[in-house]
Structures are given as C-alpha cells and as structure tokens.
Design a protein. Structure first.
Length: 338
C-alpha cells in the first residue's frame, strides 16, 4: 500500500511560522483541522500520512523513516542505547536502565518548543520500543503557555490499532477518511483470511528477540492465525517474556520466523548466525526442511500501524507460498541460509 498517495509535499515545515490552529470551512457539517504535529512514534507517523495529513507533520522521532518524505523533518528524540551493540548487549543495557528507573530515550524539549506543535503523538504501550508518554510529559514540564495536546497510543491487538487510527483521524478532523482507510486495510486482511482459513495450519515460532530468545506477543499471534498458521509462543494482546532454547527445541516448530524488534533484514540475518550455532539447531524440523525465515521487524511487525497489513501478507507468503504471492520477498522477508 502506498501510504503517500494522498500526502501533499511537506514543504519547509521547520519554519517557526503560525502556531495557531487554522480551521478551513469545507461544508456545513465538516471542517478540516490544520495541525502542527510532532510524532514520536513511527506507527503514528505512518497513520498521519495514510490519512492524507503528512503535510501537517513538523517533527518526528529518530525512528520515523516511512514514508521517505518524513526523513526531511527535524528529529526530536534519540536513543541512549549503543547503536552497534549486539542483541545480548542491547538487552543488558535495557535491563540496567530500567532497573535504575531511567528512560531509554531522550526527548529534545527545546527543539519541540521551537517547532511549536499543537499535537504530539506518542505511546504508552512499551517503555522499550519508543519514547513514552512519561518521557513526553517530562519534556513538556516547562512549556511556555498552553501545552500541546498529547495523544498516547496503547495498542495490544489489531482492533486497538484500528481504534487508534480512528482517534488520530478524529484529532485531525478527517474522521470519515479515517473510516475509509481502516475499512480498506481490513478488506485486505479479509482477502488473506478467506484463502488461508481452508489451508493446513503449520506450527509457527515467531521470535521477537534472538539473544536472549523471546517469543512475539501482542498482535503477532493474531497475524499468524489470520495468515493460516498456529502460533506456538506468545498470547494475543500480551507482552511475551523470555523463551528458553530447550522450549523451542521441544516444540520443534514447522516454521521459525525471526522478526526482532527494531532490526532490519541485514541486522537480523547477522544475529541469526549465532542462533544457528546452538546445540540441536540442525535437528529442528524447520531447519531440516528449509523453513527458517527472517523479516524486517522494524519496518513491519514491530510497528502498530497501517503496515501491519503488509506484515500479514508477509506471513501468508511465507507459510503458504503456493497460495499467496504479494511480492514482499527480498524487501520484507528472506529465507535464512546458514
């Protein structure tokens, strides 16, 4: 799906120009609300653009990179994690920070004040995944005058994602367009479900982190089910804890799909190499039958926005290649070859 198809050119959005809301009369019953938006959540940025309101973005997080046009916006946050660390080292850094009650992210309050947003999009679903509502509240502590509106997204299941898109659409004055966008996304899901529901359901292990091992929870088990698989680890709507190597070996899944949080294809390919060195790897059914795959978790599965539909299509392609072919191979997923 081309989320930019309704987006106007961003223009010079870094200028400190008019900060007040402008209401443009369209009809006797509808107004278009022009906002100045800072999005500190990649999925929220994608929602804004899918709703045709990308021109209203004036700032983004360090992780907001889609659609490509948003990368021209000022970056209002940064991660405190070492960028070149291994997944084991990243996990240790996170545990140390959380144990010391420290935030993993730094929000640039001075820059946000200069951008003068009247709406900030953030999240309260995961302290590890992105800057949180608490981080934003601290950054706005000394805000001069009336602070901007904050919308905090807290998705756990697919239904929550659709509801969040509705909330964002309402805040932007495009409620009806929001309904149309969500309906189109749901219809694409239905197209997959209608074919997948009659197919044999293989047993699938989705891995959200590789060292230490963690299963994928929240909306991922739902996606596996809708794509025609049987999810082995993780419950819908819940975060998933650590997974012991022995548990994975004992389950002996038909498919192993790695989609680490925040990792692209190249990073995941490199991390999978260490997993393949573990005792018992070669004996796993998925390995013997060439059914180990890895995905761009950062772009798709980890973002609770419009591209979760592409994530569903990716899973369908992987699990049932004779039935589904959407063209995501090479961009969204690859087969792992040890």
């Amino acid at each position: 799906m081309n989320h930019c198809r309704r987006v106007k050119p961003l223009g010079n959005l870094t200028e400190n120009t008019a900060g007040k809301l402008a209401h443009t009369f369209v009809s006797s019953t509808r107004y278009v609300v022009n906002r100045r938006i800072v999005s500190l959540l990649p999925s929220a940025t994608e929602m804004v653009c899918a709703l045709g309101c990308g021109a209203q973005l004036v700032g983004r997080s360090h992780e907001c990179d889609f659609p490509q046009e948003v990368t021209r916006l000022p970056v209002c946050s940064e991660s405190k994690l070492q960028p070149d660390a291994t997944s084991r080292e990243i996990d240790e850094q996170i545990q140390d920070m959380l144990g010391a009650s420290l935030s993993i992210y730094q929000v640039n309050s001075l820059l946000i004040q200069e951008l003068r947003p009247d709406l900030i999009l953030t999240q309260s679903q995961c302290d590890v995944c992105a800057a949180s509502e608490v981080d934003v509240a601290k950054a706005l502590g000394n805000w001069p005058g009336t602070p901007p509106q904050i919308i905090s997204l807290t998705p756990h299941r697919l239904a929550d994602v659709w509801a969040d898109m509705g909330r964002v659409a309402a805040a932007l004055g495009v409620t009806e367009n929001g309904r149309e966008v969500v309906l189109a996304l749901k219809n694409r899901c239905v197209d997959v479900i209608a074919k997948a529901c009659v197919l044999k359901r293989p047993r699938v292990a989705c891995l959200e982190w590789l060292d230490p091992l963690m299963g994928a929870g929240n909306w991922v088990p739902e996606l596996v089910d809708l794509a025609g698989g049987r999810n082995l680890f993780g419950e819908p709507g819940k975060h998933t804890g650590r997974l012991e190597w022995e548990q994975l070996c004992s389950a002996n899944p038909d498919f192993i799909i790695a989609l680490p949080c925040g990792y692209n294809l190249a990073q995941t390919r490199a991390e999978l190499g260490s997993l393949s060195n573990l005792s018992g790897w070669a004996k796993l059914k998925a390995v013997r039958q060439g059914r180990v795959f890895f995905c761009d978790g950062s772009a798709f599965f980890n973002r609770s926005g419009p591209r979760l539909v592409e994530s569903l299509e990716i899973l369908a392609e992987i699990l049932h290649p004779k039935t589904f072919r959407f063209g995501h191979e090479g961009l969204g997923w690859e087969r792992f070859k040890a």
